[in-house]
Design a protein around this ligand. Structure first.
Ligand code: SF4
Length: 278
């Protein structure tokens, strides 16, 4: 097995190549320490108890080349011009997201996750932000919540390639926390450009964060879901985020009612009775 420091060196080299001039973040340090393989137990000395010690192994101190945020903070993002608008096409949006350092989330992302799907989709889904799986793959909704979203899309008689999927922020917030207001506001022009370019007939907002930052509404998702709203003349249906549905199975029935309303907008009659996607 490649030893820990070889892995560390490779990762640091990649980080340095990707973000020259920046130090390695505390998030990266934690990820490295978490991924460090457990040391092989030392062979017991003669007469010593052969059972492995139950004492926790103290973490190996970080190499001096790695500077945790506590002793040397991640520098503030370098000033960048506002997001240039209007952008000509979705490729331009993705390219601008890839070089964006407008908010601190750029420092801890592995990959930007601009969005994907049909750039002329009739239906658009908008979530909160990338999670760990999405950060690793650079694609939206590819983890367990994404698998449920795929089922929801299929139940609506669409294919994933036919819709467009994006998030409020394009870089993963550390520890999957919700985006901070300044991060969301800094990133919102990208999403606004994506909506302008796609011009969907309907937008489905997944969860309270998407509703809050796109529509500037403060209501909780339980109060606002299932009601037609509007963004720039486009009908908007708020519903539960798939990650919430994975934790709250009983909410799937309500989410399915919301999605059936969207189906009817497209002239699709949901089969009845129909079980909510599981
Ligand atoms: S989250 Fe958005 S604004 Fe922040 S660095 Fe990523 S692309 Fe830029």
């Amino acid at each position: 097995m490649t030893d820990f420091f070889t892995q560390l060196t490779e990762i640091l080299e990649k980080e340095a190549a990707r973000r020259p001039g920046t130090c390695v973040s505390e998030e990266t340090l934690r990820a490295l320490q978490a991924s460090r393989p457990a040391p092989a137990p030392a062979a017991p000395a003669r007469g010593e108890d052969a059972m492995p010690s139950a004492r926790p192994v103290p973490p190996r101190p970080a190499p001096s080349a790695v500077v945790p945020r506590t002793s040397s903070p991640v520098p503030a993002p370098p000033p960048q011009d506002p997001v240039p608008r209007p952008m000509p096409d979705m490729e331009a949006v993705c390219a601008e997201v890839a070089r964006c350092r407008r908010c601190p989330l750029h420092a801890t992302r592995l990959n930007p996750v601009p969005g994907e799907g049909d750039p002329h989709a009739r239906l658009m889904f908008i979530g909160e932000g990338p999670g760990g799986d999405e950060d690793r793959q650079g694609r939206p909704f590819v983890g367990p919540a994404g698998q449920l979203l795929d089922k929801m899309i299929a139940a609506m008689q669409f294919r994933r390639e036919e819709v467009y999927i994006a998030n409020i922020v394009k870089c993963r917030p550390p520890r999957n926390r919700a985006p901070m207001p300044e991060e969301a506001e800094m990133c919102l022009p990208f999403l606004q450009e994506q909506i302008r370019l796609v011009r969907p007939e309907v937008i489905v907002l997944l969860g309270a964060t998407a509703v809050h930052y796109l529509l500037k509404r403060q209501e909780g998702i339980m109060r606002i879901r299932g009601r037609w709203l509007e963004y720039g003349g486009i009908p908007v249906m708020p519903t539960y985020h798939p990650a919430f549905l994975l934790r709250q199975e009983q909410a799937k029935r309500d989410a399915w009612e919301d999605l059936k309303q969207v189906m009817r907008r497209f002239g699709k009659e949901p089969p009845a009775p129909r079980r909510a996607p599981r």
